[in-house]
Design a protein around this ligand. Structure first.
Ligand SMILES: Nc1nc2c(c(=O)[nH]1)N[C@H]1C(S)=C(S)[C@@H](COP(=O)(O)OP(=O)(O)OC[C@H]3O[C@@H](n4cnc5c(=O)[nH]c(N)nc54)[C@H](O)[C@@H]3O)O[C@H]1N2
Ligand SMILES: Nc1nc2c(c(=O)[nH]1)N[C@H]1C(S)=C(S)[C@@H](COP(=O)(O)OP(=O)(O)OC[C@H]3O[C@@H](n4cnc5c(=O)[nH]c(N)nc54)[C@H](O)[C@@H]3O)O[C@H]1N2
Ligand SMILES: [Mo]
Length: 654
């Protein structure tokens, strides 16, 4: 990566201009002068497996139409219910934040006045300097997640600046980390098959994932597999939209999946339905696993899961006999204690049955590893001092309120995230955000629940107004997103915010001042074989490209798992050494309170929101309708709740 630009002497005006790529400006200006429309290529920014490719029609500096790329093999010409109205619902929403705002009322009340950028940034910089002087840089905590997944807007200048200052680090562990660590413990990677290859499957097991709503562009491939004769089975306590379309829906009690998988393995092994040859060649610990399985006879598993014994047996037999079979995991099972172990345990199944042997068989999980290899991390991780304390983002409530945290967190800079809504223990998070002595800055599109508590709220550009490079955790395509419209109001890209802040902090390192185009070129220049022939200039013309992967993609046909033993680890020495159970197992989740005995599943059933994104726009809120809770009759009746009723929903944590 080249860091040869001297930014320190550059004026603000130049920053803004150079932050826009030449090609995009030409497009926009062509539209401006002649009132002719221009098509600009882009891609969806959302934290979603699909990473769709789109084309924006730009006229007079405005995005006038947004449509899916008809030729993209995964997007296949259609966006989704969240993005079809994106221009009206988000970009040009009357609720969009357009100017910097400064708090004038009590925290949480969202009373702000408009201020100018220069004065606001000067104030932010001087507050940060003062905090650093008094308590050191770790009294500052940046809080961000994947409100945008773009390589530039989700982790470039911001990360470099934070490393340069030496502020507290953030573990971005709210999604995928638990599941990934479980899957990796068994097969060494989160990367299984490619989504398109699921068409080859004869038996698809959607285990705690709901693609009809959360991963809609994989659904046509599942339908194709069904047309070719595959059986679709869903394991989900809730009757999700995917469950409604399944041949068979099993509803275990939440958090009992590891027991179910162990029960299946018990049946498979005792009935010799496993692939003894694959097990012998490509796995370790089979005998120890067999011992462990003795603890999970079907009768016990039926009690734990609440499923009939006959169903557990039928599930095990039908899964093991179908060749190839595919398990689709996503994040549903993560959101409770012992989630990682559920993922580890389920991941043993495809090796036990030899499902990996054939193309499309095995496990479909995250393709993120492909992009970690293919794209250069723009955050320059080498700058980061790994000895600096790190706060896990799921514990933000504790970090803001615990007096044992030294130095206490005095400044919080939030972007690409809405912790007041998405972080666990909401009551504690809000208590932290309420602190009068916490200096809180939020960069946003909308007045979110978090922004309401901010001292300053700064307006950010949207995906049609800034540049980015988009990888994916659910497909194999990389895309370049070019700006297609002038920024609304005074909104700026995150990258530009951090360049401006760095300047005010009088920092001179050139890596803090690279333009978005330089960043885009840099991330695409890793030199990894997956990126062969994929350049910035090609993507300006074509928008997207498939990573160059070995064909066919059947990664574990002959074992070669990237684990310490190079085998699928039924028994993990590494886990054992770290004091954990080396074998797959089931640990009850339990409810944490007798006062609040019910278990809440916060399934991603919303159609017009993505996590809490778009929820600040009245158009999306109207489309989504009222928040809905589904409850079993057996739970509702004793509480006097009728079939259609209005309820208050709360527990001790929020
Ligand atoms: N429409 C829409 N799409 C989205 C998102 C969104 O907010 N809205 N968010 C995106 C993001 S960030 C992510 S991570 C993905 C998540 O994608 P998914 O993992 O598919 O989504 P979830 O709804 O969290 O979980 C899937 C299913 O798991 C079930 N589940 C919950 N607990 C358990 C359990 O203990 N056992 C079993 N077997 N099932 C359980 C839920 O009822 C749910 O139907 O979706 C992405 N796509
Ligand atoms: N109760 C509950 N909590 C959950 C989950 C759940 O299912 N239920 N799901 C969990 C999961 S899987 C995930 S991934 C997390 C998601 O948690 P978050 O990543 O915090 O997701 P969002 O709630 O969508 O908030 C993202 C924010 O980023 C903003 N944004 C988008 N683009 C930009 C940009 O370019 N610049 C700036 N400055 N802001 C931008 C959006 O307006 C939005 O307000 O939540 C987790 N928490
Ligand atoms: Mo997520």
């Amino acid at each position: 990566m080249a860091h040869n630009q001297t930014g320190a002497g550059t004026s603000r005006r130049e920053f803004i201009d150079t932050a826009l790529p030449a090609a995009a400006l030409v497009n926009i200006l062509a539209g401006c002068g002649t009132a002719k429309a221009a098509d600009v290529r882009g891609a969806c920014y959302h934290d979603c497996p699909d990473a769709c490719s789109w084309i924006v029609t730009s006229k007079d500096g405005k995005a006038v139409n947004l449509a899916a790329d008809k030729n993209h093999p995964f997007t296949r010409g259609e966006l989704c219910s969240r993005m079809n109205g994106f221009l009206d619902d988000v970009v040009y929403s009357p609720d969009r934040l357009l100017f910097p705002l400064k708090r004038v009322g009590p925290k949480g009340e969202a009373r702000f006045e408009r201020v100018n950028w220069d004065a606001a940034l000067d104030d932010v910089a001087s507050r940060m300097k003062q905090i650093i002087q008094e308590d050191g840089p770790t009294a500052i905590l940046p809080y961000s997640y994947f409100g945008t997944e773009g390589m530039i807007q989700a982790g470039s200048i911001d990360a470099r600046l934070w490393s340069r200052l030496g502020v507290s680090r953030l573990d971005r562990d709210i999604c995928g980390s638990a599941g990934t660590s479980g899957v990796k413990a068994t097969i060494g990677t989160a990367l299984g098959i490619l989504p398109e290859d699921i068409v080859n499957s004869r038996y698809i097991l959607l285990w705690g994932s709901n693609p009809v709503n959360t991963n809609p562009h994989v659904w046509p491939f599942i339908e194709e597999a069904i047309r070719r004769g595959a059986r679709l089975v869903v394991i989900d306590p809730l009757k999700s939209e995917s469950a409604e379309k399944a041949h068979w829906h099993l509803q275990p009690l939440p958090g009992t999946d590891a027991a179910l998988a162990l029960g299946m393995m018990h049946v498979i092994v005792t009935e010799s339905l496993h692939d003894a040859d694959y097990v012998a060649r490509h796995t370790v610990g089979f005998e120890k696993l067999r011992e462990r399985l003795k603890q999970y006879p079907v009768s016990r598993v039926a009690k734990i899961t609440g499923l009939p014994e006959t169903d557990i047996k039928e599930l095990a037999r039908s899964y093991a006999k179908a060749r190839p079979s595919t398990i689709r995991l996503l994040v549903g099972m993560e959101h409770r204690a012992n989630g990682a172990m559920a993922f580890r345990t389920i991941t043993c199944l495809p090796a036990l049955t030899g499902a990996w042997r054939k193309r499309g068989g095995g496990l479909l999980y995250m393709t993120y590893d492909l992009f970690e290899a293919a794209l250069t991390d723009l955050g320059m991780p080498e700058l980061q001092d790994k000895t600096i304390r790190s706060v896990n983002m799921v514990q933000i409530g504790r970090a803001l309120t615990d007096t044992d945290v030294k130095p206490g967190i005095r400044a919080l800079v939030v972007y690409n995230s809405n912790p007041a809504t998405i972080a666990p223990n909401q009551n504690l998070v809000k208590q932290g955000l309420q602190r009068e002595d916490l200096f809180c800055v939020v960069l946003e599109h909308f007045m979110t629940d978090t922004a309401r508590y901010a001292d300053y709220v700064f307006p950010s550009t949207t995906q049609v107004e800034h540049m980015d490079v988009i990888g994916s955790w659910g497909s194999r395509y990389v895309s370049l997103n070019l700006p297609a419209a002038k920024a609304a109001g005074e909104a700026i890209p995150n990258s530009e915010f951090f360049r401006r802040l760095a300047k005010r902090l009088a920092l001179t390192e050139s890596y803090l001042y690279e333009t978005d185009e330089q960043l885009a070129r840099a991330t695409l220049s890793s030199g990894h074989p997956y990126m062969k022939g994929i350049t910035y200039d090609r993507l300006v013309k074509e928008g997207w490209a498939a990573l160059n992967l070995p064909e066919p993609w059947a990664p574990f046909t002959n074992g070669n798992f990237p684990t310490p033993s190079k085998k699928c680890e039924f028994y993990s020495e590494q886990l054992g050494k770290s004091g954990k159970d080396p074998l797959p197992g089931y640990v009850p989740t339990g409810t944490d309170s007798t006062e609040y005995p019910l278990m809440l599943l916060t399934s991603k059933a919303a159609k017009y929101f993505l996590n809490s994104s778009h929820a600040g726009s009245r158009g999306s809120v109207k489309a989504e309708g009222e928040p809905r809770l589904q409850m079993h009759k057996d739970d509702a009746d004793p509480r006097g709740i009728a079939e259609v009723d209005i309820v208050g929903l709360f527990k001790q944590r929020g």
